[in-house]
Design a protein around this ligand. Structure first.
Ligand code: ADQ
Length: 456
């Protein structure tokens, strides 16, 4: 089998004997099967200008080739264009977009640099898989250097409808560059359709039997909903003895737990969710001391504008809710900004009666899937899920689907979830588990790589 080269902004190098978790597992398996390289930023900021040194470690047939970013590149490429232009626009928040030409130049330079590092180490039959919005034009830069290998691209976040995409000043150049890939994969049909529609209207793309024809190239545009390793999550959730869970034991004996787990991000709808929980306390005072809501949200991208404000607003809302509804022995909302590892998180999800996943926009949202996989079959909890998470397309058959802008609607769904009879919970859980298994992480990676290799 041809060698695989994975390129993503951040690379998860396994530490010591520990194997990676989550998404990294799928990519790790794919790389180990065929042998290959994972290239990207090591998460550090290097000193001074000039080329940053590349370091390589090889483990289990996989070479991890990583490098630091210079401060200037971190500011323009990562903090600037990637996270203050692309992230907000792709999540339908053009009001938070702050465009500067210097940031865009930095974004292109770093993409060019990725291509320059990659091209010399390629063998003719290597297959290249590029990940996410930080690297939209990487394929085009590889082509400019004469790379003729198959190159696929997968977007983990939503692709917005044309009028929103067009708020990004260089939208046309970005979309044109994306057409240099052989396969462009999206989380949902709506995302793939939005990209195709934009290309048809603005770049003169036409539908061909093998995909989208743009000038003389043909690009396969398709939907590859990302999944999880269901057995890994279920096994982790069953492990007892996590210190955090032991601490919650007496609480769990007396109260039902609603849980939410996110990175602290304005796209995740935390404020609306807090308001819905507060509304539940208002309309169902009986629930009062029977329910606790745990929101885990470690701060992310704290140095990017927009993130400080949301954090401040959440602190205020959490304080207000506990101030108003709390009692000496009970705080209805536990809002925690610490990062927990998966070994702690999965049993916590498994012990919660409601998984509340209500982003305003999300490419997929793997926490929704992890919540379902963590549930005990004999007494499963209920997933309350936003219609604007990519996961809603896969999971509408078993989750309670809500609109995160409808605070009262979310409170009613929470109420329904907390009161749902066992037989209905089991039935919904079984339906969801069937879908999770059918569309798991291995299926995602096999189908994407199958399509990418097929056209070679
Ligand atoms: P994220 O926006 O990071 O990912 P999500 O899919 O929910 O969102 O989470 C990815 C992983 O991070 C999951 O395995 C989850 O358990 C873990 N995680 C999330 N919050 C955590 C927390 N507080 N503590 C510890 N772990 C946490 C992007 C896109 C998503 C898309 C994924 C994968 O924004 O829409 O589902 O990529 O494609």
């Amino acid at each position: 089998m041809s060698r695989l080269i994975v390129i993503s902004n951040r690379v998860a190098v396994p530490a010591g004997a520990r194997t990676p978790g989550g998404l990294a597992v799928g990519l790790y398996d794919a790389l180990r099967d065929s042998g290959g390289t994972w290239l990207g930023w090591n998460g550090e900021i290097g000193e001074g200008p000039g080329d940053m040194p590349l370091s390589s470690v090889t483990r289990d047939n996989i070479t991890y080739a990583t490098f630091p970013l210079a401060q200037r590149d971190y500011d323009r490429f990562y903090r600037g264009f990637s996270n203050t232009v692309l992230w907000p626009a792709f999540h339908y928040r053009p009001d938070l977009l702050r465009y500067r030409r210097a940031d865009y130049d930095g974004y292109l330079e770093v993409n060019r640099d990725f291509a320059r590092r990659l091209a010399p180490v390629l063998r003719p039959d290597d297959v290249i898989w590029v990940h996410d919005y930080h690297l939209l034009p990487l394929g085009q830069y590889c082509r400019d250097l004469g790379v003729r290998n198959r190159i696929g691209f997968f977007l983990h976040i939503p692709f917005p409808a044309a009028p929103v995409f067009e708020t990004i000043p260089p939208h046309r150049d970005l979309a044109r560059a994306m057409c240099a890939y052989d396969v462009a994969g999206f989380q949902t049909h709506a995302d793939a359709q939005a990209f195709s529609d934009y290309c048809a209207t603005n770049l003169g793309a036409v539908a061909a039997p093998e995909g989208l024809r743009v000038n003389e190239r043909v690009l396969r545009v398709d939907t590859y909903p990302i999944g999880i390793d269901v057995d890994e999550v279920a096994a982790m959730a069953r492990k007892k003895g996590s210190r955090q869970l032991v601490a919650l034991k007496s609480e769990l004996a007396r109260r039902k737990l609603i849980i939410s787990v996110d990175r602290l991000d304005y796209s995740k709808g935390l404020l609306e969710r807090f308001a819905a929980f507060e509304h539940l306390l208002e309309i169902e005072p009986d629930h009062g001391r029977d329910v606790s809501f745990v929101q885990l949200a470690p701060s992310s991208r704290a140095d990017v504008q927009g993130y400080r404000e949301i954090r401040r607003e959440l602190d205020r809302a959490a304080g207000r809710i506990n101030g108003k509804w709390g009692e000496l022995g009970w705080a209805p909302l536990r809002y925690i900004n610490r990062q927990y590892n998966r070994a702690t998180l999965m049993p916590l999800l498994g012990a919660s009666q409601v998984g509340l996943v209500t982003p305003l926009r999300d490419g997929m949202n793997l926490v929704a899937k992890e919540y379902v996989a963590s549930q005990p079959q004999d007494d499963p909890g209920v997933l309350v899920l936003s219609r604007f998470a990519g996961a809603a397309h896969d999971m509408q058959d078993g989750a309670l689907i809500v609109n995160p802008y409808d605070i009262e609607g979310m409170a009613h769904a929470l109420n329904m979830a907390l009161r749902m009879p066992l037989a209905e919970r089991q039935e919904r859980h079984q339906r969801l588990m069937r879908i999770l298994r059918e569309r798991d992480l291995a299926a995602w990676k096999n189908r994407f790589l199958g399509d990418l290799r097929a056209g070679g």
